[in-house]
Design a protein around this ligand. Structure first.
Ligand SMILES: Cc1ncc(COP(=O)(O)O)c(C=O)c1O
Length: 385
């Protein structure tokens, strides 16, 4: 007899991981460096963790037993994050409301479980980070896509929310993945207030804070304490594989978050926590990475039009260009397969972020080296000639 398979486990694949596998296979078969592909598909820094973080990790390996920590993380790190909110945003957050998690991904799991019941409807912008939708689905929540438009920089608006029906939650990200676009402070405030007035729980993904090219990003904490604010050491601090993030928990959910964290994870990774305390002293190194992303962004914005890529979502932050390729294809997955096979450039099809309209978009990540950006622009120009 066939054994039962859970429907909620049948979430769609994270397409970028499939693209990465194909690109890696091509690299493995390459005979010369020229045959290797340029990786513009993955959303992760090409740099190591900051030197002070690596030194702190080395010291902790020798001196610390590295046993479990408290479920919400080591007090020193939680206090350091509270200080970060005071210094960077001028907001006071008691360290008791800060939970350290296994990446922001761990924070989503705990946060969604603490805030929502199975069957609740949670809105999010299309295009958006695919795991939001897939984690919601795996938890038997109903992900409600908001068809965000270019005019509003692909961000949610109160008008879109009004049309979405009854909601329990809203997820926003600023800067966002895949667009890199940002909510202005007044727009974020309007969303916080819209949610508060209707009893809708806001989840603000602030993982790309620090990686901005003009205005600095506002935190939802500037407008109250009822939102979940989620962040991570993965991007600005260049620590993806260390699997460490955090969330600022609304006061009414503090205990359930702690209990869920105890049961689901026992504690976040201890070595990464010990090292991450030093990350806040690495601003010079992290900002130098951001300066290099800016160079990469400007280079691609100048050079990609030569290859026919002309329309981009407003790239205010993060390290992505979301390019409209509607004049070249209506099947971005096939387009990306050909781009990889024929030009040796890996990019992510928009369908990863927006199942329908993503057929006419491609996401380029510019988190790699400037030399790689130059080579990608050269290859794409030659490909499209
Ligand atoms: C918008 C956004 N949120 C969350 C994540 C997950 O990051 P992590 O679990 O490494 O903190 C990513 C990763 O690409 C992302 O782009």
């Amino acid at each position: 007899m066939a054994l039962k398979v859970s429907r909620r486990g049948l979430v769609p694949p994270f397409i970028v991981m499939d693209v990465m596998r194909a690109a890696n296979a091509r690299d493995a078969a390459a005979r010369t460096p020229d045959e290797r592909c340029i990786h513009l598909e993955v959303g992760q820094p090409g740099t190591k963790a900051p030197a002070v973080v690596r030194a702190a990790a080395a010291a902790a390996l020798e001196s610390d037993r590295l046993g479990y920590t408290e479920a919400l993380g080591i007090p020193e790190l939680r206090a350091r994050i509270a200080r970060h909110y005071r210094e960077r945003y001028g907001v006071t957050v008691p360290e008791g409301r800060i939970a350290i998690t296994a990446g922001s991904s761990g924070a989503f799991l705990i946060g969604f479980l603490a805030a929502f019941e199975a069957g609740d409807r949670v809105a999010l912008a299309d295009p958006g980070y695919p795991a939001y939708r897939n984690i919601l689905t795996a938890l038997s929540l109903d992900a409600v896509g908001l068809p965000a438009d270019r005019e509003h920089r692909f961000q949610p608006t109160p008008a879109l929310l009004e049309r979405a029906g009854n909601l329990a939650g809203l997820i926003v990200a600023s800067p966002a993945n895949p667009t890199g676009s940002m909510l202005r402070p007044a727009e974020l405030k309007a969303l916080v207030e819209w949610c508060r007035a209707r009893g809708v729980r806001l989840v603000s993904d602030e993982i790309y804070h620090g990686i901005t090219y003009g205005e600095t990003a506002a935190t939802a904490l500037q407008f109250g304490d009822d939102a979940f604010v989620i962040n991570s050491f993965s991007k600005y601090y260049s620590m993806t594989g260390w699997r460490l993030g955090w969330m600022v928990v609304p006061p009414d959910l503090a205990r359930s978050v702690e209990v869920l964290a105890q049961n689901l994870f026992i504690s976040p990774p201890t070595l990464a926590q010990r090292a991450a305390i030093a990350a806040f002293d690495a601003a010079a190194e992290c900002d130098a990475n951001v300066a290099s992303y800016r160079t990469n962004r400007d280079l691609l914005l100048a050079r990609l039009p030569e290859a026919g890529f002309r329309e981009f979502a407003s790239p205010d932050g993060a390290f992505y260009l979301y390019a409209d390729v509607g004049h070249m294809t209506n099947d971005s997955e096939e387009f990306c397969r050909r781009m990889l096979a024929e030009a040796g450039v890996a990019a992510t099809p928009g369908t990863d972020f927006d199942p329908e309209r993503g057929r006419r978009f491609v996401r380029f990540s510019f988190a790699g080296t400037t030399a790689d950006m130059e080579e990608a622009a050269r290859r794409l120009k030659a490909w499209r000639r």
